[in-house]
Structure formats: C-alpha cells, structure tokens
Ligand binder design. Structure first.
Ligand code: 5GP
Length: 188
C-alpha cells in the first residue's frame, strides 16, 4: 500500500527543469540522443526531453528485471537492434538506479553499437544498494533504500501514473485491483 509521499510533483518538476538546463549546456553543438529505458523512464523522459532546449532525438529500449518488489537478477533488453546511435552522443535515461545491473547491461549493448559517448541520467539513485559501481553523470535525487512507485515506477504495472514519487509497502494478500485500497491518485 502507498505509505507516504517521498517527492512531490512540484519538487520533481523543478528538478527535471534543472537537469534539462544542465544537459542542454553540456551537450550544446553535439548530436544528442536520449535513450529512454521503458517502461519506468517514460514520464521522466517525456518531461526531461522537453526541458532540453536542443534539437535532440529520443529512442526507446525496454528493460525488464523486476517482479513485484525485487529484482530477478537477470535483465532482458528489447528493441535495441534498430537503434541509430553509431557516432552519436548517447544519454541513457533511467527511472531509478538500484543495484546498477540494468545499467551494466544497457551500457554494454549501446557501447557495442558504436556510440561516440555514453552517459547516464537517473531520476532516482539508491546509493546504499549499488552493487555495480557506475558513474551516473546526472542524478535527480539520491533516496533511501525503500521501494517507490509513481512518475513511471510501478508495482506489478500499477501506480506508474501517480504524479509524485511515493513509498510503497506491498501487501501480498491484496494483489487484485479492487483490493488495492485507496485510489493511487489520492494517497494519504
Ligand atoms: P537495477 O538493475 O539498478 O537493480 O534496477 C533498476 C530497475 O529496477 C529500475 O529501472 C526499476 O525498473 C526497478 N526498480 C529498482 N528499484 C525500484 C523501486 O524502488 N521501485 C520500483 N517501482 N522499481 C524499482
């Protein structure tokens, strides 16, 4: 169940604008392509891309590793074959860095496709959980080791549409939609 708001929508929006301005400064006169990791990165990428005042392009890759609130330890990437990134500056846009395993996989896959440069932008970063040390160039917020939902992040596909980031405590006895309790759009 939704426990509490961790980052409200206004704070999220302000930070995304800051990140966008920073990225626009860093990549001025470069050929930047954002690679959004779906599904979790969808809202962040949509807002971030509009905060970058440059003629960028946006691509999408699907990465799957989580079931419920824990990682399966194996990352499956889809839709990576058709990416046009050879010789281009690539910024991977990730919803949350937890153990870092997803980043290891996507980094290797994009490197193999000849990107001119690679960097990572993560909205959330769980520093304590990082098992695979990775330099994340742009971080929205460093957060504690809690399971969060909202702004693209899900619990078994639900709660992505929350406009804020909330701490979620799974109640395994209440998995059906009709038993999810409060409306996700009106948390306590
Ligand atoms: P990593 O590979 O870094 O361990 O995990 C990254 C992926 O796991 C994220 O893209 C996200 O899909 C999922 N994940 C990690 N922590 C959380 C969390 O607190 N909440 C949600 N909803 N997903 C998470």
């Amino acid at each position: 169940m939704i426990e509490r708001t961790l980052i409200d929508a206004e704070t999220l929006g302000a930070r995304v604008q800051e990140l966008g301005a920073e990225i626009a400064r860093d990549y001025a006169d470069r050929d930047l392509v954002l690679v959004c990791l779906l599904k979790g990165g969808i809202y962040f990428t949509a807002d971030l891309s509009r905060a970058i005042d440059l003629p960028i392009t946006v691509e999408f890759v699907r990465a799957r590793s989580y079931a419920g609130t824990s990682s399966s330890g194996e990352v499956k990437l889809s839709w990576i074959d058709g990416l046009d990134i050879a010789g281009r500056d690539v910024l991977i846009v990730e919803d949350i860095v937890d153990t870092g395993l997803t980043l290891v996989e996507i980094w290797q896959a994009l490197e193999a496709r000849g990107a001119a440069s690679l960097a990572i932008c993560a909205l959330l970063y769980k520093e304590k959980r990082l098992a695979h040390p990775f330099a994340v160039r742009y971080i929205g917020f460093a957060i504690e080791d809690v399971f969060v939902v909202g702004y693209g992040l899900d619990y078994d596909e639900r709660f992505r549409n929350l406009p804020h980031i909330a701490v979620f405590q799974p109640d395994e006895s209440a998995r059906s939609p009709s038993r999810l309790g409060r409306s996700p759009l009106n948390p306590p």
